[in-house]
Write a protein that binds this ligand. Sequence first.
Ligand SMILES: Cc1ncc(COP(=O)(O)O)c(C=O)c1O
Length: 405
Amino acid sequence: MTDQLIPTRRDFPADDPIFALNAEAQARKAAGESILNATVGALLDDSGQLVVLDSVMELWRELTALEVAPYAPIAGDTAFLKALVRRHWPLLQSPGAACATPGGSGALAISLRNFLEPGQSLLTTAPFWSPYATLAAENGMHLATAPWPLAGQPLDGAAWAAALGSLMKRQGRVLLWLNDPCHNPTGRSLSPADRATLADLLREASALGPVTLLLDFAYLDYTLDPGAVAAALEDYAALGAEGRVLVGASLSLSKSMTLYGARCGALAFPWRADPVLQAALTQSCRGTWSNCAKAPQALLLRLERDGKAQERLAAEHRHWSEVLAQRAAALDEAMVAEGMEALHWTGGFFVCVPVAESTQVCAAMQREGVFSVPLPEGLRVGLCGLRVAEAPRFAQILRQALAPR
Ligand SMILES: Cc1ncc(COP(=O)(O)O)c(C=O)c1O
C-alpha cells in the first residue's frame, strides 16, 4: 500500500473491467481453448485482425515532418476543427466555439468541467458506455440516467421529463450526453419521433435553466442506413440553430478513421461562436493536455483536400458497415432460432441483449468459453469482433445460461 496515495484513490480495480475481460478471453485462447470473444471494442476482420482503413493509412504515410513534429495550437488547428465539423454538417461555415481533444473521451471530460459544478450530476441514457461513469467520478461528479428506448418502443417521455425536472430542481442546470445515432451499447438509434420528444423536453427544461446537449458521435460512420444518420444530424442542427439549448458534439477519429491510438477528436459547439465559451475551452485544454497531437489533425486536412481519398474512405465505411450488418443479421437469426428476441441493430459496434442478472449469465457463458460484457441492463456484445459463423454458438450458450438451473 502506498501511504502517499490519498485515501479516496486507493480502491479502484487494477484494470478497466472490459480490458480485463478481454485479457482473460485472450489468455484462455492462447492456452488452446476455443473462445468466442465478444468483449472487443475495436473493429476486427473475420480473421481477428484489427481493421485499419487503407485510405487513412495512405494519408498517414504521406505526412511530412512539419505536419507531425510541431505543437498544434492549444485549442487545435482551426482548419482541422472546421473540417471535422463539416464531415458531419457540410453546410456549416464555422466550427463555432471548439477545441481539439484526445479522442471523444477528451471532449467528454472537458464538457463536464465547463458545464457542471463539482458534485453535480450529468444526465445520460441507460444503458451507457461504462467509462462515462469513470469520467464523471474523475471530475467529482455523479451520473443520472434516463432510459434508452427498448427495440420497437418509443422514448419514455415521462421518465425523461422526470429526470430533467429533478436535475433542474436540484442543480439549476443540465448537461446531457447523448450517444445518438448508433448508440453504444444497444446498436440502435433514436427514431425521428423520439428525437422530437426529447427536443421538446430539452426546450422546456431550457426555460428553467441552462441546458447543454452534447452529442457523442463515436460510431456514425458505421450504420445500416446513412440516410437516417444524415436526417438525425439535420434534426440536431435545427435544435442547435434555434439557440435555446446549447448543442455540441464530441467528435473522434478513433472509429471513423480507425485512428484509435492517435488520440484525436474535438469538442465543438457549431451554433455558438461565443468568445467566452471559446476561452473556457482553450483554458481547459491548456490545463489538461496543453496541445493535442498534430499528425491526425494534419491528416484530416489532407483528407479534406483529396476528393479521391474521401471516396475511398466512404467506400471503406460502406464495406465495414455491411460486414457489421451481416454479423448483426446472423446474430438476430441465431437468437430467434434459440427462441429469443432479435436485437435490431442499426449502427455502431455493439448490441445489447437485455437480460436480468447479467453478471451471473456472463459468468456462466464464460465457463463455456463465450465472453461478453455484463451491464446492468444486459450483455454487451461486440459485433465489431464477432464473426458471422460464431453467432449460433453465442445464442446457444446464452440460451443455456438463461435456462432455469
Ligand atoms: C460511446 C463512446 N463514446 C466515446 C468513446 C471514446 O472513444 P475515443 O476517446 O477513443 O474517441 C467511445 C469509445 O469506445 C465510445 O464507445
